[in-house]
Design a protein around this ligand. Structure first.
Ligand SMILES: NC(=O)c1ccc[n+]([C@@H]2O[C@H](COP(=O)([O-])OP(=O)(O)OC[C@H]3O[C@@H](n4cnc5c(N)ncnc54)[C@H](OP(=O)(O)O)[C@@H]3O)[C@@H](O)[C@H]2O)c1
Length: 304
């Protein structure tokens, strides 16, 4: 028993020491590219990073929204670097490199941080989700993230740039799946696996460049994601709505992400304690987890 106590104490001291001694690389004044910056989390990240005087490169399809955001930011701080805007449909992942605007920017700017944030979700069972929607979800949530990461990383490595960070916005559903989100959840699981492989490869092959990969897995955030997903499919099925009473504000999540970038964290789970327990439950008592999630889904469906 004594040895168990000694090992636990030793491990706790190690964790505390590691926490105290962790290095921080400030993001202030760095060049940051954010996908899906026209709303929700991407927009919140843009606001928080602009306040830190970052040179922003903002990507989305709705250019009018990007322009409005940029104008608002510049009015608040006219001397800060003006965001550069790129209108692009990232789901056409094989055409990312043919965007002249993006390629010009990448030629001029050394990107210190890429935040792969653009994403879409679903509200439909496996049987009622058309394969075209599955394809669309994977094209944006996974394939475009891979394509853009490869494009930017190649430049970072060619320039022998140090301390660059790739941030991949996954989801709690990239760690545990729930009903009616099969493809969304699968695409986010893919992001998690891709990021883990990439992190190990970069550490092994380019140790001198100190490149970092950070995966962020947030729980529900108050954004347009759910509404957009509902409008994507008209079925008579009823779906459990996101539990918005416990949802986070996008600004809160954005600040947590910035802290994770500065402290070079590998994995960040932004979720209430009971949802974090779900991850543990899925691994060590899957049967119990499935029963709990089915019951929760029924309860949420009854409420809608
Ligand atoms: N909201 C949540 O509860 C939650 C929880 C965990 C993780 N997340 C993740 O957080 C990220 C941001 O989502 P959000 O909640 O902020 O949702 P959101 O408000 O709907 O924002 C999604 C962003 O993605 C962009 N986008 C969508 N399709 C695109 C395309 N084909 N090409 C380029 N950009 C595209 C949208 O811009 P345009 O429409 O202008 O192109 C928008 O800026 C997503 O990866 C999502 O999976 C969200």
């Amino acid at each position: 028993m004594k040895w168990l106590l000694a090992v636990s104490l030793g491990y706790c001291s190690f964790l505390i020491l590691r926490y105290i001694l962790r290095k921080r690389i400030l993001i202030r004044g760095k060049t940051v590219l954010i996908t899906g910056a026209s709303s929700g989390l991407g927009e919140a990240l843009a606001r928080c990073l602009f306040r830190r005087q970052c040179q922003l490169i903002l990507l989305a399809r709705r250019y009018d929204r990007l322009e409005r955001l940029s104008q608002e930011l510049m009015e608040s701080h006219p001397t800060y670097p003006k965001p550069k805007l790129v209108q692009i449909d990232l789901s056409q992942f094989d055409q990312i490199a043919s965007s002249a605007t993006l390629m010009n920017i990448l030629q001029q700017e050394s990107i210190d941080c890429v935040i792969n944030n653009a994403g879409i979700s679903q509200r439909s069972s496996v049987l009622s989700t058309p394969i075209e929607l599955v394809n669309e979800i994977f094209r944006l949530n996974y394939l475009s993230l891979v394509a853009l990461t490869k494009l930017i990383l190649t430049k970072i490595i060619e320039r022998k740039q140090k301390n660059a960070v790739i941030v991949n916005i996954s989801s709690l559903q990239g760690l545990i799946a729930v009903p009616d989100r099969s493809s969304y959840s699968a695409s986010k699981h893919a992001v998690q696996a891709f990021s883990d492989s990439l992190r190990m490869e970069l550490r092994e092959e380019y140790p001198e460049q100190n490149l970092h990969v950070c995966v962020v897995s947030p729980s529900y955030i108050r954004t347009e994601l759910g509404q957009q997903a509902m409008s994507r499919l008209n079925t008579s099925e009823s779906h459990a709505q996101d539990n918005h009473s416990s949802a986070y504000e996008a600004d809160y999540v954005a600040e947590k992400i910035i802290k994770a970038i500065e402290y070079r964290e590998d994995d960040v789970i932004i979720a209430p304690f009971q949802q974090k327990i779900g991850i543990w439950l899925r691994r060590f008592w899957p049967e119990g987890f499935f029963k709990l999630m089915i019951a929760r889904n029924r309860r949420l469906k009854r409420k809608t």
